[in-house]
Design a protein around this ligand. Structure first.
Ligand code: FAD
Length: 360
């Protein structure tokens, strides 16, 4: 797909790294695209900060009465609600209060918090524990959580102590009424690998409720798209080339009525002793994964929780690495696109389900 013809949105990552540059690039590219080709349908487009990164929403042919200000107010209300539920960066969120609660008895949780943790537990089981929402103590120890960022390798005894607290089997869930029981009082849950997707799903539900039938709702590198773009074509989602400090497009994926999520190791990392340590932690070793798989993109049919599951699976596949990641994509029939570093730069690998989706 020609990027100039598709009304696309670049896939972008990162928390603090180059945020204003990223937003500026997004806005510039989108404006340039809107200026090309046949007369586009009317569209409202908003972007703004959220979750330490950004959101971007486009609604094509908005219903009468929906203007930019109303859309922004509605979108930001949805995102604020998500933060109040599942953010570890917001001390008074429901999740932060749960993390501070030392109880090992059943603790009632909201249906929404249950929904996100339960999704994480499903992906944990399917990935053999490569994905694990209890990995938070290690994420924080390595400086990738809400605490101070040290950009230093922790001592082995600190890693061992944090590992004691990690293990998705140490969490028990009850659906009705929703509740959770920790095996240890100091279990700490980190939902960052699912949160952008959960946010995109909540935005999609909000837009569906407004009667929108052609839209794109993204939280950083995870999005839901419905219908077509302003040029009445599938949305074009650009997957970034996984090169730190640069913004180049590796491939543009045409999507419609789908959820898309990319996880990468090239924006959120630090370097020490000549090695790069990224924010994806292997819950078995307690250390950031060190491998050649640089980026994974997962596409799922749109539906409740589809962006959240795409988000979680993209992280799981990345932690699993270049051998076991593609194997899980095959066994779970996931449409997955991998970018792997090699001596010549990068090589791409795709799952069978992805090939079927993008067959000519
Ligand atoms: P993904 O690949 O989607 O997820 C990687 C993240 O998952 C890691 O950073 C880690 O937290 C976790 N993780 C690492 N290893 C594993 C594993 N093996 N299994 C499961 N999870 C793992 N950031 C800020 O800087 N400031 C904020 O105010 C802020 N607020 C947030 C609010 C919410 C509601 C959420 C969900 C996140 C917030 N974040 C904030 C974090 C940030 O937005 C990203 O979610 C985070 O950096 C990871 O997203 P990603 O797409 O880069 O990586």
């Amino acid at each position: 797909m020609n990027s100039a013809a598709s009304g696309e949105v670049p896939r972008l990552f990162g928390r603090q790294v180059g945020r204003s540059l990223i937003l500026g690039w997004l806005v510039l590219l989108c404006s340039a695209l809107a200026a090309c080709g046949p007369t586009p349908a009317p569209q409202i487009e908003i972007t703004g900060p959220t979750m330490g990164t950004y959101y971007a929403v486009k609604v094509v042919q908005p219903a009468a009465g929906l203007d930019t200000a109303a859309l922004r107010a509605g979108v930001e209300q949805v995102l604020a609600a998500v933060i109040a539920e599942i953010s570890t960066y917001e001390p008074e969120s429901e999740l932060s209060r749960l993390n501070r609660n030392p109880s090992t008895d059943w603790v009632p949780v909201s249906a929404n918090l249950y929904r996100v943790i339960a999704a994480g537990q499903r992906i944990s089981a399917l990935s053999g524990g490569a994905f694990d929402v209890t990995v938070g103590p290690l994420v924080n120890l390595w400086g990738f959580g809400p605490e101070e960022r040290l950009d230093a390798v922790p001592a082995p005894e600190q890693v061992r102590a944090a590992l004691e607290r990690v293990g998705y089997g140490k969490l028990e869930l009850r659906a009705d009424p929703p509740a959770l029981r920790k095996q240890r009082g100091d279990i700490y849950i980190d939902l960052s690998a699912l949160g952008e997707g959960y946010g995109a799903d909540r935005l999609a539900a909000y837009l569906d409720g407004l009667g929108a039938t052609n839209y794109m709702a993204a939280v950083a590198g995870t999005m839901r798209v419905r219908g077509t773009n302003a040029k009445r074509q599938p949305w074009g989602i650009a997957v970034e080339q996984p090169t730190p400090g640069q913004q180049a497009v590796q491939r543009i994926l045409p999507v419609t009525d789908q959820a898309v999520s990319t996880s990468g190791d090239y924006r959120n990392f630090f370097e020490a002793d000549g090695r790069r340590f990224s924010h994806h932690i292997d819950p078995k070793t307690g250390a950031p994964v060190a491998q050649r798989l640089a980026s994974t993109t997962v596409i799922r049919p749109a539906g409740a929780d589809s962006a959240m599951m795409a988000d979680g699976f993209a992280t799981a596949l990345l932690v699993l690495g270049e051998q076991r990641g593609p194997a899980l994509a095959e066994s779970e029939i996931l449409a997955a696109y991998f970018i792997i570093r090699d001596d010549a730069g990068f090589r791409e690998q795709t799952s069978t389900a992805f090939e079927r989706l993008h067959a000519p």
